[in-house]
Design a protein around this ligand. Sequence first.
Ligand SMILES: NC(=O)c1ccc[n+]([C@@H]2O[C@H](COP(=O)([O-])OP(=O)(O)OC[C@H]3O[C@@H](n4cnc5c(N)ncnc54)[C@H](OP(=O)(O)O)[C@@H]3O)[C@@H](O)[C@H]2O)c1
Length: 280
Amino acid sequence: MIAITGATGAVGGRVVRALADDLRNDLRLVVRDASRAPDYDTDVRVCDYADHAAAVEALRGAETLFMVSAAEAQDRRDQHRTFIRAAAEAGVGHIVYTSFAGAAADATFTLGRDHWDAEQAIRETGMTFTFLRDNFYSDLLPFFADDEGVIRGPAGDGRVAAVARADVADVAAAVLRAPAEHADATYVLTGPEALTMSDVAARAGAVLGRTMRFEDETVEAAYASRRAAYGAEDWQLDAWVSTYTAIEDGSCAEVTGDVERVSGHPARTLEQALRENLES
Ligand SMILES: NC(=O)c1ccc[n+]([C@@H]2O[C@H](COP(=O)([O-])OP(=O)(O)OC[C@H]3O[C@@H](n4cnc5c(N)ncnc54)[C@H](OP(=O)(O)O)[C@@H]3O)[C@@H](O)[C@H]2O)c1
């Protein structure tokens, strides 16, 4: 039995679609709202990561778990740790977790520190694991633009090896089909090239049919503009601004061949990722 979280979202939804044809009877979708679960005639269970008792109940009997990292929240580390503990208690043997490229206790991208914490929590349980350390999602980068098509942030001329969510899902599906082959492996999932944000804006604009450009910003201006526009809390501002500083300092520039090695096909370019989304 393979338990899959995040099935109502982009990555988890694609994973379920990839596996449902031939593994329907071995799949269990673990969602927060059963009415929004995709209908593939699979087992469906309900829990939130933060609800330990419901999570143990939802995961009992599953040998393998695909855990999509939770939505951004100040207490996300606690949510992850609660769910990981529940998985171990329920008897899950192997957990496949969507982490972040460069996850570390001192990662520039502040949410990369949460992913590091989740990886440590998983190691502490003794479960077999596979970590999918995803770079930033290429098909989301154009959404960083404002109404005028300007992506603004302190990324300078730094490069980002952004990965398509479709590729993350393809890798996850391949791992879930043969978990033992990927026991205790860490894959760094990237696109085929590292692009500057100016490249991203120009190339995304060409696909999307709109004029887009990147405008560098100082760190101070980035905090001030986001604080004024959204009135967000400090941890959220840190996450938003450090998305750009992590690109600026090279933390997200490494290109690997892991997507191709595990999925069997080359990583999608930015254009391929965006076009596929437009078509679907
Ligand atoms: N690398 C990057 O650039 C990047 C960018 C954005 C996000 N991320 C991370 O990657 C993950 C997957 O991306 P995505 O595009 O597939 O996100 P998505 O479309 O927002 O889907 C997230 C999924 O996780 C579920 N979920 C979120 N918090 C949960 C919780 N506390 N308990 C149980 N289920 C929960 C959601 O359920 P509901 O439908 O009930 O909300 C949804 O099914 C995100 O959740 C986020 O952690 C990475």
